[in-house]
Design a protein around this ligand. Structure first.
Ligand code: AR6
Length: 178
C-alpha cells in the first residue's frame, strides 16, 4: 500500500529487507557494527564481506556507533546501492529514553540518506526483534518520525516500511491510513 505526503510516497510491503530495490536499505545494527543476528545477519550474508570491511574502517576512525545514530556503507552484492546502519535502543521497559532513541534512529537514518543524495529508502522495524521494543509503540514512532521528516524535506521520493510478518504489516497499515 502507498500513501503520499507532498512529493514523497510512504509505502508498506511485507518481505525481506535484503531484496528491496531501493537506493538504500536500513540495517537495525548494534553499536559494534560487526554484524549480528536478525536482519543484521541477513544483510551481511546477502551483501557479502565488503560491508563488514567498510564498518571496520568506520569503527577504527570514529569508534562505535552510539544508539540513535546512523552511518552509511555500500550495499555490497545487494540490489540496494547503500546500507544505512543505525542502532535502535534495547527495550528496558520504557524508562530509559527508548522512545526518543528509536525516533532518533529513524531521523538520523533519513538525514544520512538525504546527505548522500538517496531518493528511495527501505526500513525494517527497528528494535522490535532481538531488542524487544513493543511493536505497537515502535511502529507509531517509526511512522510519526518519517511523516514528520518528509513533511519538512522534499528530496526523498519513497520511504518504504518492510515488515517480516503479516501481523506487523497490519499494525503499520492501520497507522499509515489513520
Ligand atoms: N527482512 C525484514 N525484516 C527482518 C528480516 C529481514 N530479512 N530479518 C528480521 N527482520 P532485528 P533489532 C525483522 O532483531 O530488534 C542484531 O543481532 C524482525 O522480525 O533484526 O533492532 C543486531 O546486530 C523484526 O521485526 O533488529 C543487533 O544486535 C525487525 O526486523 C540486534 O539484532 C527487527 O529485528 C538488533 O535488534
Amino acid at each position: 500500500m502507498t500513501i503520499r505526503i507532498g512529493s514523497t510516497a510512504l509505502t508498506l510491503v511485507q518481505g525481506d529487507i535484503t531484496q528491496q530495490e531501493v537506493d538504500a536499505i536500513v540495517n537495525a545494527a548494534n553499536s559494534s557494527l560487526m554484524g549480528g543476528g536478525g536482519g543484521d545477519g541477513a544483510i551481511h550474508r546477502a551483501g557479502g564481506p565488503q560491508i563488514l570491511e567498510e564498518c571496520k574502517v568506520y569503527v577504527a576512525q570514529h569508534g562505535q556507533l552510539p544508539t540513535g545514530e546512523a552511518m552509511i556503507t555500500s550495499g555490497g552484492r545487494m540490489k540496494a546501492k547503500y546500507v544505512i546502519h543505525t542502532v535502535g535502543p534495547v527495550w528496558h521497559g520504557g524508562g530509559n529514553r527508548e522512545e526518543e532513541l528509536l525516533s532518533n534512529a529513524y531521523h538520523n537514518s533519513l538525514k544520512v540518506a538525504v546527505e548522500n543524495g538517496i531518493k528511495t529508502i527501505a526500513f525494517p522495524s527497528i528494535s522490535t526483534g532481538i531488542y524487544g521494543f513493543p511493536i505497537d509503540r515502535a511502529a507509531k514512532i517509526a511512522v510519526d518520525t518519517v511523516k514528520n521528516f518528509v513533511g519538512k524535506n522534499r528530496s526523498l521520493t519513497e520511504v518504504r516500511f518492510v515488515t517480516f510478518s503479516q501481523s506487523d504489516y497490519d499494525i503499520y497499515q492501520k497507522l499509515l491510513t489513520s
